[in-house]
Design a protein around this ligand. Structure first.
Ligand code: TRP
Ligand code: SF4
Length: 404
């Protein structure tokens, strides 16, 4: 924890495996845009993670990296508010990955559900590799190298945050115990002054004996206010509340990304693997053409046949984009054959094009200026490295690698 306020730190990454679509926008990216105003955010391109499954065709990773960064910027992720960087440009991720690999039992990795699931799903690929087994550990290193307390992820990634917590706990347990820890912690308590010391002891007791989470929070807040104690003592006292040694790597929490309700062109969830996407920066003409050629209620063959919105994927888009009046107009018009399907699609096309207008506007500045994008990433990589270096110094020291 030291000088880092983990609870304020958010970290998340995305693998560069193609252009982003509106599903990403409505799910992950709008959430990032919101978080960047509330927390200290680090968002990165997980290119090494993409390599674990695409090692046979790395060229697609390269072309996706810059497109993806522009997609983020287009969506409103702001390099003034968040740090944007590329994983492979911060080698500390790899160093921490290696150090943590020493203490990670194989069984933990083999039991992560995504390991077997993805191997099944991507049968055409040989994923019996060391790198693929290590995927969740690399992700743990991504998170822990910034001591990020909050990790926005989809439901499919929660198990990776969970193993990160276990690895952090194991690390702290193994390396957070110095000789004389308890004595030093007790001495540090005294340095806070009588009143605060009493309060701290009381809160620690309430947490340890009664599992009182509020007491834990209050004790942490109390420590944050202390001016009289050193960073080392502060770390000890953070750890001491929970009974253990120093907390060198704090356990992160998953911040579950609100599920995107964005349906794709076929009515199923929008996803690259279903081929039913609208690109985040799709041109208006293409948007119109994609919607116009969408399948509608199969029973509605002729214009005069009444239809049923519930059987039509276009209705799913109205649910996202249309107000009550328009929705009612669709329901009535469809069931009475009062409107044609092209009439019905028009407001959806308009709404999507309208939604994308500011995204195109923001993107334009970057599309014509690759140097600008590079400089944003250069700066982000530097900032990220500074934060990552600090952690590694502490990690090396704790592991007895001070002699290097
Ligand atoms: N595994 C994540 C995904 O596929 C991407 C990722 C890599 C990530 N490292 C991370 C997400 C660290 C959050 C934190 O979506
Ligand atoms: Fe679908 Fe609209 Fe046509 Fe009804 S009128 S079938 S809801 S596109």
């Amino acid at each position: 924890m030291s000088s880092v306020d983990s609870q304020q730190r958010v970290l998340s990454g995305m693998r560069p495996t193609g252009k982003l679509h509106l599903g990403h926008y409505h799910g992950v990216l709008k959430n990032w845009v919101k978080l960047q105003h509330e927390f200290e955010c680090f968002f990165f391109v997980a290119d090494w993670h993409a390599l674990t499954t695409n090692y046979d065709d790395p060229s697609m990773i390269e072309s996706s990296v810059w497109d993806m960064v522009i997609d983020w910027l287009a969506a409103g992720v702001n390099p003034g508010s968040a740090t944007l960087f590329i994983q492979s440009r911060v080698p500390e991720h790899a160093e921490l990955n290696l150090l943590l690999s020493m203490i990670t039992p194989l069984g933990w990795l083999e039991r992560v559900p995504t390991y077997k699931d993805q191997q099944e799903k991507l049968r055409e690929k040989d994923l019996a590799t060391y790198g693929f087994l290590g995927y969740p550990l690399l992700q743990s290193a991504d998170i822990l190298v910034y001591r990020a307390g909050r990790v926005p992820v989809g439901a499919d990634q929660v198990s990776h945050v969970e193993i990160t917590r276990e690895i952090a706990r194991r690390f702290n347990h193994l390396y957070g115990r110095e000789p004389g820890f308890e004595e030093q912690a007790e001495a540090a308590i005294v340095k806070m002054g009588k009143k605060n010391a009493k309060l701290y002891r009381n809160l620690k007791k309430r947490y340890q004996e009664g599992g009182d989470m509020e007491a834990l929070e209050t004790a942490r807040a109390l420590l944050k206010e202390q001016q009289n104690i050193s960073m080392g003592d502060s770390e000890r006292l953070y750890g001491y509340i929970e009974g253990g040694g120093k907390i060198i790597l704090p356990e992160p929490q998953a911040l579950l990304t609100p599920d995107s309700k964005m349906p794709g062109l076929d009515g199923h969830k929008m996803s690259k693997s279903y081929g039913n996407t609208i690109g985040l920066r799709e041109e208006p003409d293409t948007v119109a053409q994609k919607i116009r050629t969408m399948q509608t209620d199969p029973q509605r063959v002729r214009r005069t046949d009444p239809g049923e919105p519930e059987k039509c994927p276009v209705w799913g888009l109205h649910k996202v984009y249309s107000d009550n009046d328009t929705q009612e107009w669709v329901q009535k018009g469809c069931r009475s054959a009062g409107i044609g399907c092209l009439d019905c699609k028009k407001p959806v096309i308009d709404a999507i094009v309208e939604e994308q207008r500011p995204l195109h506007e923001r993107a334009r500045e970057y599309e014509g200026n690759p140097d600008l994008v590079r400089s944003i990433i250069d700066e982000g990589c530097e900032q990220a490295r500074d934060a990552a270096r600090d952690t590694l110094e502490e990690v090396r020291a704790a592991m007895g690698l001070r002699y290097r």
